[in-house]
Design a protein around this ligand. Structure first.
Ligand SMILES: Cc1ncc(COP(=O)(O)O)c(C=O)c1O
Length: 360
């Protein structure tokens, strides 16, 4: 019998949303924090011609994309690594810096893939309580152990949607030992860029990594491109565990082209924020608790886990797939991705009906 290693056998598969609808209903996925808009039309225009080079391996240095990211953000191209989604970078960071003698620390309601990545490296996964659904620097610092090697903070967070200000991240970094890597995952960073708190300068300290992705505001979830700014000595170690040809020809071309159309991306963020706030305010009016979100989704808190499950079932009966959050320690919550105005209106009216005591 061919057996996996015991730690892989003990792992659960990473849970993705089940995208199905009752017979005769269309699946309305509001479950994966994908963009409500297609990518910039410029992306499809260049992809066909980029494919004439598909017989060649992609550029292992991501040269065009790296240079474009460096120019846009005013950061050194040499510190940028691109990944097959930022998930690849998260996994490679834990594989590089953690093993069975170490621990990863994250806020209690953090992005669940941080736990998976710790598991891949056989590291223990520790969590620190949040204040409501917002990460807390005090509890994170209090939860640090002698064997903590990486602290992950998604800012804004998923599934919470909340964020902590730059000054709090500075306080976190200053309070962590110098042998602990701080990874700030800004997958939703573009939705909060208007707040004017860029973090990239933290990387020059040598102990902090900033991650971003093309999957959210740039609308390229299906093409799998993430990136990060790394201290150079960390980048060179992480590269050893990465697939050397990780971002396809299509991915590099699509990401560089999407990056060049900043106006389109900014418009996506503005449309998303408007629909998110309209949806959230509508439900707050009928008594739902929804924390302020700085992302492309809203986290709805119900009276209890049973109420959340009932609401999930009511939405699913009409084909609307939201995302239950037990895996992130929030069984009384559902996360709803900002979709089209029409799809959000359907979700909001089903939930309003429920709040007003209506039956499914
Ligand atoms: C906080 C956070 N980090 C990373 C990712 C993964 O992004 P990518 O598509 O770049 O792998 C997600 C996706 O939902 C996310 O929410």
């Amino acid at each position: 019998m061919i057996r996996p290693t015991p730690h892989v056998a003990a792992m659960s598969p990473y849970a993705l949303a089940e995208l199905n609808a009752p017979a005769g209903k269309r699946v309305i996925s509001l479950s994966q924090n994908e963009s409500l808009r297609r990518p910039s039309p410029q992306v499809s225009d260049v992809l066909v011609s980029a494919m004439t080079n598909a017989h060649l391996y992609p550029d292992p240095e991501w040269t065009e994309l790296r240079n474009a990211l460096a120019a846009l953000h005013g950061i050194p191209a040499s510190g940028i690594l691109c990944g097959n989604g930022s998930m690849e970078l998260i996994a490679c960071l834990t594989l590089t810096y953690c093993d069975e003698k170490s621990a990863v620390l994250a806020p209690a309601h953090a992005y669940p893939f941080f736990r998976t990545a710790a598991g891949l490296a056989r590291a223990r996964y520790d969590t620190a309580p949040e204040v409501g659904v917002t990460a807390s620097v005090d509890t994170l610092l209090a939860a640090v152990q002698p064997d903590t090697r990486i602290v992950f903070v998604a800012n804004p967070g998923n599934p919470t949607g909340t964020r902590i200000p730059r000054a709090e991240l500075d306080r976190l970094r200053k309070g962590l030992r110098g042998d602990i890597l701080l990874v700030i995952d800004e997958a939703y960073g573009e939705f909060a860029d208007h707040l004017g708190e860029p973090l990239f300068d933290l990387v020059s300290r040598g102990d902090t990594v900033i991650l971003r992705t093309f999957s959210k505001a740039y609308g390229l979830a299906g093409i799998r491109v993430g990136w990060g700014l790394f201290p150079e000595n960390i980048a060179s170690e992480v590269r050893k565990v990465m697939n050397p040809n990780n971002v396809s020809v299509a991915g590099q071309t699509a990401a560089a082209t999407a990056l060049s159309d900043q106006a389109y991306m900014r418009e996506t963020c503005a449309i998303t924020a408007g629909l998110r706030d309209g949806f959230s305010n509508r439900l707050r009016k009928v008594g739902f608790y929804i924390a302020e979100s700085f992302t492309n989704f809203a986290l709805i808190r119900f009276y209890d886990a049973q109420a959340a499950q009932q609401a999930d079932a009511i939405l699913r009966a009409e084909g609307v797939v939201a995302r239950a959050q037990s895996v992130a320690g929030l069984p009384d919550c559902l996360r709803v991705t900002v979709g089209t105005a029409e799809d959000l209106d359907l979700a909001a009216s089903l939930l309003e009906h429920r709040a007003k005591g209506g039956k499914a």
